[in-house]
Design a protein around this ligand. Structure first.
Ligand code: OAD
Length: 248
C-alpha cells in the first residue's frame, strides 16, 4: 500500500536512486534471464554465451546469439514502467537511474544520465583493445576490428568480467547518498549490482522494491510491491504526483 509515509518520503526527498533489471523490460517483450519458463538462462547456458572463454571458444555462436537478441530488441518499445520512471525522475531534484539492462529502453523512454552497469547491446567493441566500432562487414560473424583486426564483440559485461569502473563508482555513490532507493524488476542474484540496495539500506535509505515475485531483498525492504513494473510504477506516479502515463 502507498502509505502517507511513502508519499511523504518520495515527495520530499532530494536524492532518489533506482536500480532496474530485466523485469522492467519484460512487458516490452524482452525475455528476462531467470524466470522459470521464459528466462534466457532457462533455455541457454550462460557459460556458453556470456563469458570471455565462451567467445574465445566459439566466437561465431556468441556473436550470432547477440545479433539475434539485437533483432528481438529492434521490435521492442519502452513500456509504461519505463515511461513512468522517467516521469517520476522529473519530480525529484537528484534522481539517479542505474540499470543492469543492456537494451537502452530507459533512454528511449526519456530517462537521462542512465548508469548502465552491464553495458549496452547496441554498442560493439573489439575483444583485444576495446575499440568502439560502429560499422562492420556483415559477411563475417564476428567481423574483424577495423583498427586492430581482433574480433568484434558486444559491449556488454560478461560473467567473469569487471563492471565499468566509473559506472560502478557512480552507482555506489548514488546508493550511499540517496534518501530513497527503488529496486525494480531484478532478482538480485548478480553482484555487485545486487549489493547496491544493501548499501542504500546500510546508509539509512528507505528501500522500496517493485517485483513480480519476492526476492532476497523483499524481507529487508521497507516497502515491497509485488506486481508488474508496468502497473506498479504508473500507480506510484498517479498516487503520489497525480500524473498519468499517456497511452502509446
Ligand atoms: P532476472 O531475470 O534475474 O530477474 C528478473 C526479475 O524480474 C525476476 O525477479 C522476475 O520475477 C521479475 N519480473 C519479471 N517480470 C516482471 C515485471 N513485468 N515487472 C516486475 N518484475 C518482473 O534479471 P536481472 O535481475 O536483471 O547480466 O539479472 C541480472 C543480470 O543477470 C543481468 O543484467 C544479466 C544476467 O545474467 C549480464 O548479462 C551480465
Amino acid at each position: 500500500m502507498v502509505t502517507p509515509e511513502l508519499i511523504d518520503a518520495l515527495k520530499n526527498s532530494r536524492r532518489v536512486a533506482a536500480i532496474t533489471g530485466a523485469g522492467i523490460s519484460a512487458e516490452s517483450g524482452i525475455p528476462t534471464f531467470r524466470d522459470a519458463q521464459t528466462g534466457l538462462w532457462a533455455k541457454y547456458d550462460p557459460m556458453q554465451l556470456a563469458t570471455p572463454e565462451a567467445f574465445l571458444e566459439n566466437p561465431e555462436r556468441v556473436w550470432n546469439w547477440y545479433a539475434w537478441r539485437r533483432e528481438l530488441l529492434a521490435a521492442c518499445r519502452p513500456n509504461k514502467g519505463h515511461q513512468a520512471l522517467s516521469r517520476i525522475a522529473r519530480h525529484i531534484p537528484e534522481f539517479q537511474l542505474i540499470t543492469q539492462n543492456v537494451d537502452g529502453l530507459h533512454q528511449a523512454a526519456g530517462s537521462q544520465d542512465v548508469i548502465e552497469l552491464h553495458g549496452n547491446i547496441q554498442r560493439t567493441k573489439c575483444f583485444d583493445h576495446g575499440h568502439t566500432v560502429e560499422q562492420w562487414d556483415a559477411q563475417q560473424a564476428p567481423p574483424p576490428c577495423p583498427y586492430c583486426g581482433s574480433l568484434l564483440r558486444p559491449d556488454v559485461v560478461w560473467f567473469g568480467e569487471m563492471l565499468p569502473v566509473q559506472a560502478l563508482q557512480q552507482a555506489e555513490q548514488a546508493a550511499a547518498r540517496c534518501e530513497v532507493f527503488l529496486s525494480i524488476g531484478t532478482s538480485g542474484q548478480v553482484y555487485p549490482a545486487a549489493d547496491l540496495a544493501y548499501q542504500a539500506l546500510a546508509s539509512g535509505a528507505m528501500v522500496v522494491e517493485i517485483n513480480a515475485e519476492p526476492t532476497p531483498l523483499t524481507a529487508r525492504a521497507h516497502y515491497a510491491f509485488t506486481g508488474k513494473a508496468g502497473d506498479q510504477l504508473p500507480r506510484l506516479l498517479a498516487e503520489i504526483w497525480q500524473e498519468s502515463v499517456p497511452d502509446a
